[in-house]
Design a protein around this ligand. Structure first.
Ligand SMILES: Nc1nc2c(c(=O)[nH]1)N[C@H]1C(S)=C(S)[C@@H](COP(=O)(O)OP(=O)(O)OC[C@H]3O[C@@H](n4cnc5c(N)ncnc54)[C@H](O)[C@@H]3O)O[C@H]1N2
Ligand code: MOO
Length: 590
């Protein structure tokens, strides 16, 4: 029997993407464009709005006429006409004249501002309408300028954009009654296995219904392609070979399900050989879907997905979908990944990367990814509930509830690029963050320096600076025996977090964690640890120093020095305000 060598998921994707192709372009009515992919860049051939217009119902005026206007010096302007949206005022507006104007109407020549109906008083005098204004109006007040939405020549939507209702609005604005869209690839589907029954057949001993074909059918539609179901393979290798060859001639991409493993009836490896296809890989270090096989014949790709339903599903989303999306010109053909916190334990370690069916929800503002159903590749029921795949990198350790993990969003349309997929933090080694992790802490137990550092570790960081504040024995000739820190904890944590906010404004690329100890501390014990990570070291140094200065200024932590000859409470951390007597209480900071 052949021995297959598993390759890494990203390696499989790279090999596969070398064979990507992009399809041609066709035109459809705008009503049919939703859910398609743009076949061309859409470039604004005029300004939007095309002319200066009024954003309000009111009066178009000349601002210079109101220069002397005030509460005590009302300005009267003669209303010389009225225009609604769609019409144009035929003359140039003269000194001390105004035109009644509706939202969306073009600003008349001579006018340079609009006043809203609500702020003028309307009056009739000698049967002529006038408005009275008790203020000065600035030039350009309340005017929507030509091109303020979009300037002529701007690319408003790029080729390969998924057409949402918002994109449809833009297409309509620029007159696209017919829209250039990417031609959908034709994706053939063949099911294999003599145990398979069609859906209208009653169950029989040893047989199961063919669920994969219909599952793949809808995955193909979701990916944006046209599915063509060729039915089930027969049992005989020679006939199967003809079926695959004939189907391949009719489609752009061919998917088979089942028959790719090493069993006696797993015909696909033999068929690939017989049609002369080049097998890109036939074993991937992942679960489920390790048997996923991809072959190429004259530029067309054949996806041999597993027969096990969950493995088949995962194989499609990871490998077939990006090929379909690339064919549609999508610039971000991969499903988007995000970070979330695990909602359940995965104690057992697995050397292969796992893609666990899960459900994502918001809980207290955090994304929580909970595995659904049985985590086996032959399970079908969990697929109905899954809206994510939880991506657990393989290794020697399991995963605990609350750990941060990457999730693949199954219903995502936005997508991501291959570079982002392999380079971001999300895809790095296992994350060490935990749902209950706190960046700003007041601790009663000794501080673990490494734990504070870990909180700021990330792929973007090129530097981590750590400040460790320790208890000093000698201060200006006086000997300290030990220190005692007290804090109003909720307020202290809040102020630490505020320092974090200040730092993220001043040094936007940094990430900071601070833990301050309270209670009794002996000489050389650690009182505070500040860790700052940043792409470049300068910001990490600066932000770290800033943090300790600010802690001394604003964080309500009091220090009691136990000297060799007595004790003093230090009123503030700048050590400028000693307490006269007794110890401080919370009121001092409130
Ligand atoms: N000796 C070994 N056995 C197996 C290995 C291995 O490495 N060595 N790999 C296992 C893994 S992992 C998987 S996954 C499966 C993959 O097998 P195939 O892709 O060849 O698929 P089949 O054997 O045809 O079927 C597997 C399973 O799925 C059911 N099935 C098949 N088609 C459908 C369908 N259209 N709808 C619903 N269910 C379907 C089929 O009845 C089987 O139960 O191999 C392992 N074995
Ligand atoms: O390909 Mo199999 O899914 O690893 O169970």
């Amino acid at each position: 029997m052949e021995r297959r060598r598993p390759i890494k998921v990203n390696e499989a994707i790279s090999r596969l993407m070398e064979f990507k192709t992009a399809g041609s372009v066709e035109y459809v009515h705008i009503e049919e464009s939703y859910g398609r992919f743009l076949g061309e860049d859409i470039i604004a051939d005029h300004h939007v709005p095309p002319f200066d217009r009024s954003p309000y119902d009111g009066f178009a005026i000349r601002s210079s006429d109101t220069a002397e206007g005030s509460r005590t010096n009302p300005i009267t302007l003669k209303v010389v006409g009225e225009i609604g949206a769609g019409s144009v005022f035929p003359e140039t507006v003269q000194e001390n004249e105004a035109v009644r104007i509706m939202t969306g109407a073009q600003i008349p020549a001579g006018c340079d501002a609009v006043v809203m109906l609500e702020i003028v008083k309307e009056e009739m005098s000698d049967n002529e309408p006038y408005i009275i204004l008790k203020r000065k109006i600035k030039e350009n007040d309340n005017i929507s300028f030509a091109g303020e939405d979009t300037k002529k020549g701007t690319t408003v939507a790029k080729k390969g954009t998924y057409i949402t209702p918002g994109v449809v609005a833009v297409l309509a604005t620029f007159g696209y009654k017919r829209v250039p869209v990417s031609v959908k690839p034709k994706v053939g589907i063949i099911a294999t296995g003599s145990e398979l029954l069609e859906l209208d057949e009653p169950l029989q001993p040893g047989k199961i219904r063919n669920s994969n074909a219909y599952m793949i059918y809808s995955q193909v539609v979701r990916a944006g392609a046209v599915p063509i179901y060729f039915g089930q393979f027969c049992d005989d290798l020679d006939t199967c070979f003809h079926q695959v060859r004939d189907a391949l001639a009719k489609v752009d991409i061919l998917i088979t399900t089942g028959g790719v493993s090493v069993g006696d009836y797993d015909y696909l490896p033999a068929i690939y050989g017989k049609i002369g296809a080049n097998v890109l890989f036939n074993k991937i270090a992942m679960r489920p879907g390790s048997v996923t096989t991809v072959a190429e014949k004259d530029g067309k790709l054949l996806f041999g997905l597993s027969g096990n339903p969950s493995a088949c599903y995962v194989g499609f989303e990871l490998f077939t979908r990006p090929i379909i999306r690339t064919y549609l010109h999508a610039s971000r053909p991969f499903l988007k990944k995000e970070m979330a916190f695990l909602g359940g334990n995965f104690a057992k370690a697995n050397p292969f990367d796992r893609f666990v069916r899960g459900h994502i929800t918001y809980q207290d503002g955090k994304l929580v990814a909970t595995p659904v159903g049985l985590d086996k590749s032959n399970v079908v029921s969990s697929l109905a509930e899954a809206n994510i795949l939880i991506n657990l990198p393989g290794g020697t350790k399991g995963y605990e509830k609350g750990m941060e993990v990457a999730v693949i969003l199954l219903e995502d349309q936005e997508g991501t690029t291959f570079e982002a997929l392999v380079n971001t933090e999300i895809n790095s080694r296992r994350s060490r963050r935990h749902m209950n992790e706190k960046l700003f802490e007041i601790a009663e137990a000794p501080i673990q320096i490494d734990a504070v550092i870990q909180k700021v570790e990330r792929r973007e960081a090129g530097a981590i600076t750590t400040f460790i504040g320790t208890v000093r024995e000698w201060t200006r000739g006086k000997q300290t025996m030990y220190l005692e820190y007290q804090a109003y904890i909720p307020m202290a944590v809040k102020m630490l977090a505020e320092i974090g906010e200040e730092i993220s404004e001043k040094w936007p690329d940094t990430k900071i964690a601070i833990t301050h100890r309270i209670g009794r501390l002996d000489i050389s014990e650690i009182a505070v640890v500040i860790a700052v990570s940043s792409p470049h070291r300068k910001a990490a140094y600066e932000a770290n120093e800033y943090a300790i200065e600010r802690i001394k200024q604003i964080v309500p932590i009091w220090k009691k020095e136990h000297w060799s000859d007595g004790e003093t409470w230090i009123g503030d951390q700048l050590e400028k305000v000693p307490y006269e007597s007794g110890k401080p209480n919370v009121k001092d900071v409130e």
